[in-house]
Each structure stands twice: as C-alpha cells, then as structure tokens.
Design a protein around this ligand. Structure first.
Ligand code: ZN
Length: 163
C-alpha cells in the first residue's frame, strides 16, 4: 500500500537542523503515526512521503516556507516585567499564551529590571530542516480517525473527543 490521502502512515525519522544537530528522533519516542493529508505533519515532509510504501527510505530537506515559516520580527515584543508572575524570569524560559488563533509559545529572549522581551516565533521558524525517514507501515484510516483528523492508535490517546 502506498501513502496517499486518508491513509495512516507510520514512520521512523531523525530531524536535524542546518548545523547537523539532531533536534528530534523517533529513536526516543518510537515511530510516528500520522493521518496523511490532514496537516498532522509539516507540509514539506507530507508532500515528500506521498506515494511511498513500507520499507522506503528518504532524505528530505524542507525549506522554512514548507516547515515552520520564516521568522517574523513583528512577533518579538517587549512587555513590562509587572505583567509576569512574581518569580525569576530567565532568558530561554517558555510561556504558553492563549489568544485568538490558538496558543503560542513565547520564548524569553531578554530580561531587564523593567521589561521582558519575548519571541512568539516557532522555535524552528526560519530553519531548513532535514529529515531522514524510513516508512514502517501504511494502512487505511478508520472512520473515526478520518472524522477526527488524526490517528487513534498508540497509548497516548488521551485527548478530548469531539464527537
Ligand atoms: Zn480522536
């Protein structure tokens, strides 16, 4: 069976950045299953997997516009220190901010006595990503998976069901 729209594909992968540093790997978490065509994974990787079958190996370089987007300088903001909880704020800390359009992760990039500068860009924005992928398996999606837009196997299925 080949990977196509509405199939569930299972892949082993290693993700490296431009410097060759490993950012993520299925060696740590086990193979990844995703619903093809549902936007579960980044666009560039999904496109490269189209038509592949179990046992296929591929190396894919994904430019930022097919991954997490270009960096947007407008997403860097300086916020008064008083808006933050009264605890130590350090460069590199991350906060989740909920707003319209979903939640964003804010990364602290600078701290002064009065202000905190945060960056709402995705940590991988602006990066060309390299994936080494082995296709482990391909199967039909179930009706439930298709209606939810994601895969239901594995033991981490603890999301709220939205029937
Ligand atoms: Zn579900």
């Amino acid at each position: 069976m080949q990977i196509a729209h509405s199939k569930v594909a299972t892949i082993d992968y290693t993700l490296t950045d431009e410097a060759g540093e490993v950012l993520d790997s299925s060696e740590d978490q086990g193979p990844l299953s995703y619903l093809h065509g549902a936007g579960n994974i980044i666009v560039g990787l999904e496109a490269a997997l189209e038509g592949k079958a179990a046992g296929d190996r591929l190396s894919v370089k994904v430019a930022p516009d097919q991954a997490y987007g270009e960096r947007d300088a407008g997403l860097v903001q300086t916020i008064p220190r008083s808006k933050f909880p009264d605890e130590a704020i350090e460069v590199g800390m991350r906060f989740r901010a909920d707003g319209q359009g979903g939640s964003r992760i804010l990364t602290v990039v600078e701290v002064t006595d009065d202000d905190v500068t945060v960056d709402a860009n995705h940590p991988l924005a602006g990066q060309t990503l390299s994936f080494d992928v082995t296709v482990v398996g391909v199967r039909e999606a179930t009706a439930d998976e298709l209606s939810h837009g994601h895969v239901h196997d594995g033991d981490d299925h603890d999301h709220d069901h939205h029937h």
